[in-house]
Design a protein around this ligand. Structure first.
Ligand SMILES: [Zn+2]
Length: 158
């Protein structure tokens, strides 16, 4: 792996150094909708790639889970992560959600983008090369960044 990279991240909670990028999206499947997620490491150049993909189980009630005998989750093979290598930077619908987490303790890390409309590279705020005022916030963190005066100067976000 790449031990030399231009930025550093050290988790405040667990001391970990690796970050995971997750994309969550919803598809319509008949009358229901399904949520899927794919995730993989954030790399030294602020690119990332997805290594795994699985369906998000939002409705535990849908499972046949009469847990009286302690045997639930035995038939979970369909939801195991699969190898997943396709990287589609152009595919970025507005309904997608992105998350950055510490790869070791799963703590959520705020992050932004190098270009508007969630484009370009991912810059987590706890990385050593994060520069407030240069990064476009993930929309979820807009209010938080406003309070910290991290927004790009001159932006007029609606
Ligand atoms: Zn951590």
């Amino acid at each position: 792996m790449n031990d030399h990279q231009p930025w550093e991240f050290t988790c405040k909670a667990c001391g970990g150094h690796k970050l995971t990028v997750t994309r969550v999206w919803t598809i319509l499947a008949g009358p229901d909708s399904e949520s899927w997620q794919e995730w993989g490491p954030l790399e030294a150049d602020h690119h990332w790639h997805y290594e795994f993909k699985e369906r998000v189980e939002e409705n535990p009630d849908d499972k046949d889970e009469r847990g009286d005998f302690g045997e639930y989750a035995e038939d979970d093979s369909a939801s195991e992560p699969e190898e997943y290598e396709i990287f589609e930077p152009e595919n970025n619908p507005e309904s997608d959600e992105f998350y950055v987490n510490c790869a070791d303790c799963d703590r959520e890390i705020e992050f932004g983008w190098s270009q508007p409309n969630r484009g370009g590279l991912i810059f987590p705020v706890e990385c050593s090369d994060f520069i407030p005022g240069k990064i476009w916030p993930q929309p979820r963190y807009l209010d938080s960044w406003q309070q910290k005066h991290w927004l790009r100067t001159g932006d007029s976000q609606p």
